[in-house]
Design a protein around this ligand. Structure first.
Ligand SMILES: [Zn+2]
Length: 283
């Protein structure tokens, strides 16, 4: 499942490829992904529009366009859900079976593909308005992080997944950050000391920045029939070894902890897997 670093790498990859390109036609094959925007509004708003920019907020992609009719700016919000991919393909390539939306850009198509259709491509922007600060932004400080944690009795691992606390930390990097900060995932959020909060703040930033750096080195070859090497951490995806090995606890249950060699443990918190080292993450 793509998290903040994967979405950031994708945004950096797509930005120069889309800039200046105009949408000639929109082929929506799964109307569900547009919700709550109607098919009619989606097509009317986007046909003729030109891509001007692309940024990321949390795990969302924000495509900036300029209307071909009114010249007004339009924002298109994208989310990859569990299995979504977005890529450009040559016009003569057959679109994948699970293509949800295809934008005709002239010589190329810009394709949003999603085998499970949990993602979104919509003109409705309310989802990003509720997000907490960007973890790599200056507005995310140990002080305001502490303020929010103080008010929660949820376990820290579960609280980290709350997108209104900090945007973009998902299941993988929550486990990784807690391991780096040597904090038990089971500790109640309001029980963390300020030193622990500072360590966790630093660990979140480090783990995400490292993942962006690492992901930026992975070639994003999204063309039909090839694996992309970036999304899906599963072994079957063809992800390069170094990319998976970067993860110190995630998906390593029973394997030796990289610090103490004792086995990494898997537990379930709020119906999601948590991976941690009970020896290194006691407090
Ligand atoms: Zn350990």
């Amino acid at each position: 499942m793509p998290e903040l670093p994967e979405v950031e790498v994708l945004a950096r990859h797509l930005r120069p490829l889309l800039r200046g390109k105009s949408i000639r036609a929109v082929d929506v094959r799964r109307e569900k992904v547009l919700r709550p925007t109607s098919l009619q509004r989606f097509q009317r708003g986007l046909v003729g529009a030109k891509f001007t920019g692309l940024s990321r907020r949390g795990k969302y992609l924000l495509f900036e366009l300029r209307s071909g009719i009114s010249g007004k700016p339009i924002t298109l919000l994208g989310h990859l859900g569990m299995t979504g991919r977005m890529f450009l393909a040559e016009k003569n390539e057959k679109p994948p079976k699970h293509a949800a939306v295809i934008f005709d850009l002239g010589r190329e198509n810009f394709i949003y593909e999603d085998t499970r259709y949990f993602g979104r491509l919509t003109l409705e922007l309310s989802a990003v308005e509720k997000l907490g600060p960007e973890p790599l932004d200056i507005k995310f400080s140990p002080k305001n992080f502490a303020e929010i944690l103080k008010r929660s009795r949820q376990s820290i691992k579960v609280k980290l997944l709350d997108q209104s606390l900090v945007a973009g930390v998902g299941n993988i990097y929550a486990s990784e950050a807690l391991f780096r900060a040597k904090i038990s995932p089971k500790l109640a959020a309001n029980k963390l000391t300020f030193t622990q909060i500072k360590n966790l703040w630093r660990a979140i930033r480090d783990v995400l920045a490292d993942a962006i750096d690492c992901g930026s080195t992975v070639p994003l070859n999204f063309h039909a029939g090839k694996t992309d090497g970036l999304f899906y951490f599963g072994r079957a995806s063809g992800a390069p070894d170094f990319y998976e090995e970067r993860l110190r606890v995630y998906d390593r249950a029973g394997k030796p902890c990289v610090n103490c060699r004792r086995p990494v443990k898997r537990i379930i918190q709020a119906a999601r897997s948590t991976f941690y080292c009970p020896h290194c993450q006691k407090a």
